[in-house]
Structure formats: structure tokens, C-alpha cells
Ligand binder design. Structure first.
Ligand SMILES: CNc1nc2c(CC[C@H]3O[C@H](OC)[C@H](OC)[C@@H](OC)[C@@H]3OC)c3nc(N)[nH]c(=O)c3cc2[nH]1
Length: 373
């Protein structure tokens, strides 16, 4: 266990990289997929099951936890790791994105954001300083700067103004974060899909100096082509020796394309949320288990998958428990999806380390069919 936070690149293959982030709570193998545990739980999963899927780190959420049960209560109870029984690394988002997408009656000023809780209508304020305080109370290992992520489409003027506000907030976040050995603060690049604005944001973040750099402002409706267009240049604008984290991504082919372009870390609700809505991701494509065609199918979701759902249950059974709205349906499909996402990450880490990423990527795409398989 390292007392400090550090990142070591172990191999590169084209723009793709593999490495290890060392933290006092354990190592994170990169490229890494981080399951989302918004309200102190990865929905439908026990923490030991999340670990069994291969996850080294999971996510918590400042916005949700500040509203319920409050960061102060979690701190009094020993912090988020103890509270949710996950002793490995935790990354928490800063709350800005969630306020803009979830809260009501939001008011944005230079100071920060005031809003009403979507849970009980109570009034709250988030600023860079308060976001740092909340993430410190939670005890998260990787803290995100408080930023503003503009909804797309937005004109260049709006994107530029929003990015520059986020850069001022990044400086305030760094100031408020202080010096916390073993804990990391990540800056978040903004700038929409405009290369000059992305460059300006990257320079601003470099000048402040962070332990890692996130690519924000994507996966907000721009589509895969536009996102990849930004990823063709944005990762290279960020310090090469620090982790690069693409926020909110994505589908399996988004993840592979992002790693191919130099991304080290990603998070997305997709595998867990889809697990609850009956969508299973497999190496041959997607299974929508609610479709009648699966009602009599004795085969597993994926013959080559070693997860508990695929080892022990048929599509017919999964179809049945989904239709019957049984809790085990969410448990099994979420476990399968998280297991499969981690299998993609493990395959890419090995392929990059062995210099065969292009072949791995070609095989990944060759095996996939569109539509319900
Ligand atoms: C989907 N496209 C997507 N998600 C972006 C998130 C949020 C990630 C967040 O997305 C959910 O919150 C809504 C997750 O909870 C459900 C959070 O996990 C705890 C996760 O936190 C990292 C962004 N967060 C910040 N701070 N800044 C961003 O620019 C940004 C961009 C995103 N694009």
C-alpha cells in the first residue's frame, strides 16, 4: 500500500496506455472502468460482488450524498468507505453536473450554484469550497473539481464563458482542497467540441496543477462521432504522466474507442442502469431479455462468460424473473454487465501491455452484431 497517490505508465500501444494508480487504499489498474455507486451503493450489488466483477474503484456522488444522508452524517459514522463497506478507492464527482441535471430552481453565479433538492425541495448551495468540504467529509480518495458542464448544443460564446468559469472554479477548488497526502484532486477540462477552447482549458488546468485530469463536457448528447473527434486531440493536451479520466462514458464501443485515443479511466451508469432495465451487454452484442424470443431459451446470455448469471441461469429464467419484476433480475443482469465491462478492460490492459491492441480492437468489433441477439 502506498502512503501517497501516484500514477505509473507501464505500456503504450499507439495512443492507448496501460498503467497503475497507487493509492493508500489500493491500486487501480488502468485503463479502468469505475462502477457508479451514486447514493453509497452500486444498485443491486453487494460491495463484495462489485469487487468480484474486477472493479478496483467505484464512484460516489457529492450531490446525492449531501442531500441524503448528508456528508456530515457520513463523516460522523466514519466516512463513506466504512459507511458502504467498500475499503478500496472511491472517486466522488463534485456535484456540479448533477445540480444542472437533477436539481430544481437552480441559480448559477460566480460564487456557485443555489438550488432546491429534488428530494424534498430544501434549499442548498454548492461552491468550489463547499464541494471540497463535502468530498473531504466523505473521505473520497479522488476528488473532482467543482465545475459547470454546459448542456449541448450550446454556442461557442456560451461554451467559452462556461469553460472560463469552470477554470476559475478549478483554481478555487485547488485552493480549498489544500495539501492532502494520499488524496488526489482532478481538474476537469471543458470547452465543448471546440479545439481552441479545449486547448485553453488544458493550459489553465496545467498552470494550476492537478494529480489527474478529467475530460468533461462530453457524453452530453453530442454523439459518438463528435465525441471521438474531440478525443482525437483532447487527451494529448493533458499531462502525459497523469491519469486521464473521461467522464460519463459509455457503451462498450465508446469505451474501446476512448482507450484507443489515450483515455485511462471512465465511468458510466449504463451497465448498472441497463441491468435494471433488462439489457445485457455481451461480446456478440446486446440481449434485451424482456423479448418473448428468450422465453424458452435454455442457453445463458453468453456461453463464453464466467459470471454467476451466465454460469448458472438460462435466458428463459432471466426472461421470467425480469417479466415477474423479481429483485434477482436486477442482481443477475447488473452483475453480468459489470463483469463484462471489466472483462473488456482486462482484455485491453493485457493487449496494450503485449503490444497487440489493434488486433484486440479488431476482434472486439468483428464479434459484435447489431440489435437483440
Ligand atoms: C453521462 N455523461 C456525462 N456524465 C458527466 C459527468 C457526471 C459523471 C457522473 O454521472 C452520474 O451523475 C450524473 C453518476 O451518478 C449517477 C456519477 O457517479 C457518481 C458520475 O460521477 C462521476 C460530469 N461531471 C462533471 N463534474 N463534469 C462533467 O463535465 C461531466 C460530464 C459528463 N458527461
Amino acid at each position: 500500500m502506498s502512503a501517497a497517490f501516484s500514477f505509473a505508465l507501464t505500456a503504450t500501444d499507439g495512443a492507448a496506455r496501460s498503467g497503475v494508480i497507487s493509492t493508500p487504499r489500493g491500486e487501480i489498474r488502468t485503463p479502468a472502468f469505475m462502477p457508479v455507486g451514486t447514493a453509497a451503493t452500486v444498485k443491486a450489488m453487494m460491495p463484495e460482488s462489485v469487487r468480484a466483477t474486477g472493479a478496483d474503484i467505484l464512484l460516489g456522488n457529492t450531490y446525492h450524498l449531501m442531500l441524503r444522508p448528508t456528508a456530515e452524517r457520513i463523516a460522523r459514522l466514519g466516512g463513506l468507505h466504512r459507511f458502504m463497506n467498500w475499503e478500496r478507492p472511491i472517486l466522488t464527482d463534485s456535484g456540479g453536473f448533477q445540480v444542472m441535471s437533477l436539481a430544481e430552481l437552480r441559480k448559477l453565479t460566480e460564487e456557485g450554484v443555489t438550488f432546491r433538492s429534488h428530494i424534498d425541495g430544501s434549499r442548498h448551495r454548492l461552491t468550489p469550497e463547499r464541494s471540497m468540504e463535502i468530498q473531504k467529509l466523505l473521505g473520497s480518495d479522488i476528488v473532482m473539481c467543482f465545475d459547470e458542464c454546459p448542456a449541448l448544443p450550446a454556442d461557442d460564446k456560451r461554451v467559452a464563458e462556461s469553460m472560463r468559469l469552470s477554470m476559475r472554479w478549478a483554481a478555487r477548488s485547488k485552493e480549498a482542497f489544500g495539501d492532502r497526502p494520499g488524496h488526489a484532486l482532478f481538474g476537469i477540462q471543458q470547452g465543448g467540441v471546440t479545439q481552441e477552447l479545449r486547448a485553453e482549458s488544458a493550459e489553465a488546468l496545467r498552470a494550476i496543477g492537478f494529480d489527474g485530469y478529467a475530460i468533461g463536457g462530453l457524453a452530453v448528447g453530442e454523439g459518438q462521432e463528435a465525441m471521438f473527434g474531440v478525443l482525437d486531440y483532447a487527451p494529448g493536451m493533458l499531462p502525459e504522466d497523469k491519469p486521464r479520466y473521461l467522464m460519463g462514458v459509455g457503451k462498450p464501443d465508446d469505451i474501446v474507442g476512448a482507450v484507443a485515443r489515450g483515455v485511462d479511466m471512465m465511468d458510466c451508469v449504463l451497465p448498472s442502469r441497463s441491468g435494471r432495465t433488462g439489457q445485457a451487454f455481451t461480446r456478440r452484442g446486446t440481449v434485451n431479455i424482456k423479448n418473448a424470443r428468450h422465453a424458452n431459451d435454455p442457453r445463458p446470455l453468453d456461453e463464453d462468460c464466467t459470471c454467476p448469471a451466465c454460469r448458472n441461469y438460462s435466458r428463459a429464467y432471466l426472461h421470467h424473473v425480469f417479466r415477474a419484476q423479481e429483485i434477482i433480475s436486477s442482481m443477475l443482469l447488473t452483475w453480468h454487465n459489470l463483469h463484462y465491462f471489466q472483462e473488456i478492460m482486462g482484455g485491453m490492459r493485457a493487449a496494450i501491455a503485449e503490444g497487440r491492441f489493434a488486433a484486440w480492437q479488431a476482434a472486439f468489433h468483428a464479434g459484435r452484431a447489431e440489435g437483440d441477439i
